[in-house]
Design a protein around this ligand. Structure first.
Ligand SMILES: Cc1ncc(C[n+]2csc(CCOP(=O)(O)OP(=O)(O)O)c2C)c(N)n1
Ligand SMILES: [Mg+2]
Length: 719
């Protein structure tokens, strides 16, 4: 298919004008239409933004706009180049999509002046893509998310064409490399990946640029089983995209991989006497940082005029859209249109009263799936996490792919469509996606800066059911929760239910303002029901505050032994949701009041599911006094759960011993119980002895971590 001349001119005009707007945003704070000669006072104290990617992105944006106009297909766009904020805003200003959400940036001199002043200013618009950009997906400048997010979008929303724009440097990220072969499995013909192939990364030539004859492009397309296109002209790119969009569902089911070849930072001449900018590493950011004298002012004036900055507005000061009108589509391009997953027939649901944590989880997800359809992603760990039953639940779409990043990116794609989704992963590898998760929630912190009135995204439910404590030497660490906590993010809930009812209560919470819920529980065991131990410690007694079911089991056993010996002396206080320790809302304040009351004047032992220090300081702040003892994960070389617990001082015998010491220190009722002390020490010694050189926890200790099978061993265990 070929486009007619008007359309071709429109694409080229859009490209040129968008570059002009980008230069205005980069350098000017006044006189944005060049209605009079530039003065130094019109210029920002220093240039802001990334020029290098801009000419490529503006050309690609014009091509996408043109293709969308020609086909009338609604399109969603994800720009992986987080540093393309300058190009992004220039394009969105020009095509009106920015003003649709932020009317202050309207199509006239005043609107562009406001935008130029806000761009990069404190309290204004971020210079890298963020949530302030209407319709943008944001990833904190982390390269490598775009194709994975587009998997999620393309599958969640087959009614839209999904276009991912990535850099040739971004193409080198492992996440992008991993996301390409996934396309073979996913079959997403509505996905079009456009590579801004400008030959350069930030600090040098890209790998892609080393094979200029298109061999790398062909090889990558083959890996992805995608239709490859290589072109140097935005009009050709527009043609290729329009053709793909017209064949909205090519019989082949193949996505498109389209390479737009250009020179990084082209269109910006150097200052007289300086080395060339285009195609060099100088092009990446702001090639000329400061405009301080008449010569630099002349250079900037010429540069702006060359791109048509003086022709952006008509005589009345309105943006002149006529030259590129034919590539302004009527169909929307930004994310936001609601979409609905087909609800399947009701499944044979697992028993909602099922006894284990994972059974409760499966029952919940299956019910949600039956009601409105739901996506579950997992990095090849669904069965290992005991959740394979989800594969058979109607309305539940499971996507397994061996990359935590690709999984969470797909969840982000679902969230952009306003849909809730689940990611089921090992705790030990959740650290891999920590920055993605933190960035996602960071965007929901309240800010005073400009921000579009966007629909809240769907909630991502991150389920961690294989605890890092169990194999933290061979695997990574159980520090994910405490790293998240440390950031004290708003809009997050961290559920560490100690019992099945507590998990059910967490699952039943439904607040669309919460973009991320994290659940941590141990897939291995059946935790004790509440009520085994009175929650309130008597005066002089000890309250063990427990986060999560894993340590809860140890604490329960410790309390049981002490109570058998000393009567009601130890209480257990489960802290089932961790963000209550800092959240400013009334509900969290009320929970903190209850915690203070329950802890009363007893001694407090705080057991953290991750590393101890963060929880210790949050507790002290929330309750008004520090815990007397804090325990949590301690990294050390071993390979069994028992030795992790032992190193952390969290086995039941250590906990009981510490509680006993605390009571003794404070004159509590420890009458005549030396034999208990001796028993606890002897048991701890025995555990240490039996663990030395062992490959597994001793049977008697492991049995406690799985109370469903404790009955047979309990006599042996407790004297
Ligand atoms: C994961 C990650 N690592 C490193 C960076 C730092 N960084 C910013 S831009 C860039 C180069 C990007 O090159 P490319 O994708 O080709 O973009 P373009 O040439 O269009 O600027 C790098 C390495 C980053 N943003 N994200
Ligand atoms: Mg590049």
């Amino acid at each position: 298919m070929t486009v007619d001349r008007t359309d071709a001119d429109a694409v080229r005009a859009f490209h040129a004008r968008a570059d002009a707007v980008a230069l205005v945003l980069m350098y000017l704070r006044d006189n944005v239409g060049l209605s009079r000669p530039l003065r130094l006072t019109d210029v920002k104290p220093r240039g802001i933004g990334h020029w290098g990617c801009t000419p490529g992105i503006t050309a690609i944006w014009g091509a996408i706009r043109g293709a969308t106009a020609a086909t009338d297909r609604p399109t969603r766009l994800v720009v992986g180049t987080g540093h393309a904020g300058l190009a992004w805003l220039a394009c969105a200003y020009l095509d009106g999509s920015l003003a649709a959400s932020c009317p202050q940036y309207g199509p006239d001199v005043a609107g562009l002046t406001r935008l130029a002043r806000d761009f990069g200013a404190q309290g204004g618009l971020t210079s890298e893509v963020s949530r302030q950009y209407p319709g943008a997906h944001w990833c904190g400048g982390e390269l490598g998310h775009a194709v994975g997010v587009c998997h999620g979008l393309a599958l969640a929303d087959p009614g839209h064409d999904i276009v991912a724009v990535i850099g040739d440097g971004e193409l080198e990220t492992v996440t992008t490399a991993g996301a390409l072969p996934a396309l073979r499995v996913l079959r997403t013909p509505n996905l079009h990946i456009v590579v801004n192939d400008n030959g350069m990364r930030m600090g040098g030539r890209s790998a892609l640029s080393l094979a200029t004859d298109g061999r790398v492009a062909a090889a990558l397309a083959s890996v992805a089983d995608a239709d490859a296109v290589v072109c140097d002209d935005p009009v050709d790119l527009r043609d290729a995209l329009a053709e793909r969009m017209r064949r909205a569902a090519p019989a082949s089911g193949r996505p498109g991989l389209l390479f737009y070849r250009n020179i990084k930072g082209e269109g910006m001449p150097p200052l007289p006497g300086d080395p060339p900018i285009a195609g060099s590493t100088r092009a990446h950011k702001t090639p000329v940082t400061r405009i301080r004298d008449a010569a630099a002012l002349d250079w900037l004036t010429a540069c702006l005029r060359d791109h048509g900055a003086d022709r952006l507005f008509d005589d009345t000061g309105r943006l002149d859209t006529a030259p590129f009108q034919d590539c302004l589509p009527s169909a929307g391009m930004a994310p936001g249109a609601p979409c609905h997953a087909g609800a399947g027939p009701r499944p044979d649901q697992p028993d909602p009263a099922g006894g284990t944590m994972t059974e409760a989880l499966i029952a919940h997800i299956a019910a949600v799936g039956a009601d409105r359809g739901v996506v579950v992603t997992s990095p090849d760990e669904l069965s290992s996490n005991r959740c394979a039953a989800l594969l058979d639940a109607a309305g539940v779409t499971v996507r397994e792919y061996l990359s935590e990043h690709i999984c969470v990116y797909q969840n982000l794609g679902e969230a952009l469509c306003g849909r809730d989704s689940w990611l089921i992963s090992y705790e030990a590898f959740a650290d891999l996606i920590l920055s993605v998760v933190l960035q996602h929630v960071k965007q929901f912190q309240p800010t005073d800066g400009p921000r579009p009135a966007a629909e809240p995204p769907g909630t991502i439910h991150l389920v961690l059911t294989s605890l890092g404590w169990r194999n933290a030497y061979s695997h990574q660490s159980p520090g994910f929760l405490t790293s998240v906590l440390q950031a004290r993010p708003a809009g997050v809930r961290i559920h560490v239910p100690s019992t099945v009812p507590a998990l059910r209560a967490a699952l039943a919470e439904n607040d669309p303002e919460v973009p991320l819920r994290i659940y941590l529980f141990d897939k291995h065991h059946r935790p004790g029901e509440p009520g085994t131990v009175l929650p309130v410690a008597p005066p002089g007694g000890v309250t063990i505050v427990v986060c999560g079911d894993y340590l809860h089991t140890q604490a329960l056993q410790a309390a049981r032994i002490l109570r058998d010996e000393l009567g009601p002396s130890v209480g257990i206080l489960p802290l089932d949701e961790l963000t209550v320790l800092y959240r400013p809302d009334a509900a969290a304040r009320e929970i903190r009041r209850t915690l203070r009351e329950r802890a009363g004047d007893s001694r407090v032992m705080l057991l953290s599911s991750g590393y101890p220090d963060v929880l210790a300081s949050l507790w002290a702040e929330a309750v008004g006094r520090p815990a007397d003892v804090t325990r949590g994960y301690v990294s050390q070389p071993n390979c069994t759960a028992g030795s992790s617990l032992l190193a952390a001082g969290c086995t039941w015998m250590q906990l009981a011993g510490t509680a006993w010491d605390l009571m003794a220190e404070h004159g509590g009722g420890t009458r005549g119980s030396d034999h208990l002390r001796r028993y606890l020490r002897a048991t701890e010694d025995r555990l240490r002895r039996e663990l030395r050189g062992a490959w597994d926890d001793p049977h008697w200790f492991a049995a406690l971590a799985a109370p469903s099978s404790t009955a047979a061993t309990e006599g042996e265990l407790v004297r």
